[in-house]
Write a protein that binds this ligand. Structure first.
Ligand code: ADP
Ligand code: MG
Length: 558
């Protein structure tokens, strides 16, 4: 977190300076009280009226200082949290596909919302507040030493006692803070899941079931928060006790010093005021310290997320695919228990070639595509792109080379155009060509505002087929050299789907890999090679006729 403070050092320095000024003005009230009471005791009216003017001026001054101090605290927090949130988001987006999916997305959301709020409340605010309290404490110490040495030492003794306890308790606070952050993350995960399942919940009459589930989660969150708050409250009460105890002690000790003519009444009032400025900051600093320490696990987590970002200074020349992709003896399975196994895959994808992968659901077609595109890297065997091991080609280059269109489409909140151009600028002719090729042009007149129609959350205002066509237009616009369609036209009507695929098959420069369930002989016979997958093994390969013969012999159905 230090680097964020360093980055905004100027505003941070002004905040500290304001804290010091505010502390000094705060301390001065003790001397003001001393003067007022001594003037009153001497029954000096003209000096008393002079003190009234001075007091009014003092209160104007302390109010302005207080406001400026709070303003700069919030300004520092604003700048630091803004950068931290940005870095966490940047770090998460820099994760590999595999790492990204190893954590639930709700956890990432919780990190840039809940965890950032916790850091504001329990790290940055107490930290900056703590600095100001240190200034008040130091000022009060100097002032007290100038008034009474004996009382100052008595106070220091109380303070040492007050410091002892929070130090012991900080581990407990850390644990409670970590539990709360975990529970917040799990609560975000569950709520997100339930909202996403709205359709299912309603149509299957599950509202009471999910209300009950939510009730339990909500209760758990409230109880974990209560436990955390209780731990902090206990810590606060102990600090309060020591602060109260020491002030009482000073009052009695001070009264004794008046009786023995060592100090005046005005001095006692000033000492009591200063002892508050001395003891309270200590208990505040201890509490702030406990809070700051308790956020350690959250800071570690956010630093890890933010740290995933690697500046990529390498210049990227466009990778020109010239020859072929080769998979040699490639095997892969998901996770440790290896429920599914892609075994000894051997295939070759030539530049400009057209390939279809067919096979029953769950046979490993999408997994095979994930290996080619680098979504999954933990395979054995060799994947070579133009004789370069795929693992040596970085993610950005590979993504620039290959476009993948899946069956399920994600659309951003925005217009049809936003979702096709992906917020970049293209020439009108380029855009129109993509709209025609993908079949989007066909349905644009049906939309209220044509290409500027708002698609709703994840495109919920569009049909499945329209969404798939938007995704195709998106890929065509980027003119990638290799196009993979993973059942990407499954929701599009037969005629349009046929036209799109047919046109792609006639694009001689394009390397096309299609995963399809539509076994149209007219289309499949145009492919150079078809791979038939069964339970993670390629059991047939060749032309459409070869594979169909094999398929009918093995009795497969897609
Ligand atoms: P297809 O595309 O042929 O329908 P997939 O390649 O998607 O099949 O899936 C093949 C098998 O791998 C299935 O049994 C599926 O359950 C499993 N699988 C797919 N993705 C994952 C994953 N991320 N983690 C674990 N298992 C997975
Ligand atoms: Mg699939």
């Amino acid at each position: 977190m230090d680097r964020y403070i360093k980055k905004h050092f100027a505003v941070y320095a002004v905040t500290v300076a304001m804290g010091m000024i505010f502390a000094a003005v705060n301390i001065y009230i003790a001397f003001l009280l001393n003067q007022v009471i001594d003037v009153v005791m001497e029954r000096d009216f003209s000096a008393f009226f002079h003190m009234i003017g001075k007091t009014i001026l003092y209160f104007i001054c302390i109010t302005v200082c207080h406001y400026l101090y709070l303003f700069f605290v919030k300004l520092t927090i604003k700048k630091v949290l803004r950068d931290l949130r940005y870095d966490v988001f940047k770090g998460v987006l820099s994760r590999s596909y595999h790492d990204f999916h190893s954590v639930n997305t709700a956890d990432y959301i919780s990190a840039i919302t809940n965890d950032i709020n916790i850091l504001e409340e329990s790290y940055f605010t107490p930290f900056l507040y703590g600095i100001q309290q240190v200034c008040i404490f130091s000022g009060a110490l100097i002032a007290l030493l100038s008034l009474s040495l004996a009382i100052t030492f008595c106070l220091i003794l109380c303070v040492l006692l007050a410091m002892f306890f929070p130090g012991l308790y900080s581990k407990v606070l850390q644990k409670k803070q970590r539990d709360y952050s975990c529970q917040l993350s799990s609560f975000t995960k569950v709520s997100k899941d339930y909202y996403n399942g709205f359709e299912v919940i309603k149509s299957f009459g599950l509202v009471p079931v999910f209300l009950r589930k939510f009730y339990i989660e909500n209760k758990l969150l409230a109880s974990v928060k209560m436990k955390k708050d209780n731990a902090f409250n206990f810590n606060e009460s102990i600090s309060f006790f020591f602060s109260f105890f020491s002030q009482l002690l000073i009052l009695l000790f001070g009264a004794y010093l008046i009786l023995s003519d060592h100090i005046t009444m005005g001095m006692l009032v000033a000492i009591i005021q200063l002892s508050g400025n001395f003891v309270n900051p200590i208990s505040n600093i201890m509490q702030a310290f406990s809070k700051v320490k308790s956020t350690c696990p959250i800071r570690d987590k956010l630093t890890e997320y933010a740290g995933c970002f690697r500046e990529n200074h390498a210049r990227h020349d466009r990778f020109v695919f010239r020859d072929k992709i080769i998979l040699h003896n490639v095997s892969f399975c998901y996770g440790d228990n290896c429920n599914f196994h892609l075994q000894s895959i051997n295939l070759s994808i030539k530049k400009g070639g057209k390939y279809a992968i067919i096979g029953a659901s769950g046979s490993g077609k999408s997994t095979l595509v994930n290996l080619i595109t680098g979504r999954e890297n933990n395979y054995t065997g060799e994947i070579l792109i133009d004789n370069i091991p795929a693992s040596e080609i970085d993610e950005i280059t590979r993504n620039e080379l290959i476009a993948v269109n899946h069956q399920d489409i994600f659309l951003f909140e925005g217009t049809v155009k936003d979702n096709i151009t992906l917020f970049r600028d293209y020439r009108k002719e380029q855009l129109d060509a993509a709209l025609i090729k993908s079949g989007v042009m066909k349905f644009l007149p049906e939309l209220n505002e044509a290409i500027d129609t708002y698609v709703g959350e994840n495109g919920n205002k569009l049909s499945g087929g329209q969404k798939q066509r938007i995704a195709l237009a998106r890929s065509f616009l980027q003119e990638k050299q290799i196009l993979i369609l993973d059942e990407a036209t499954s929701a599009i009507d037969m005629e349009t789907g046929f036209e799109i695929e047919n046109e792609l098959l006639h694009d001689s420069g394009l390397t096309l890999i299609t995963i399809t369930h539509r076994l149209s002989s007219e289309l499949l016979s145009q492919y150079d090679q078809i791979f038939l997958l069964e339970k993670g093994i390629i059991i047939g390969t060749g032309s459409y006729e070869d594979v169909m013969n094999h398929k009918s012999m093995s009795g497969l159905s897609c």
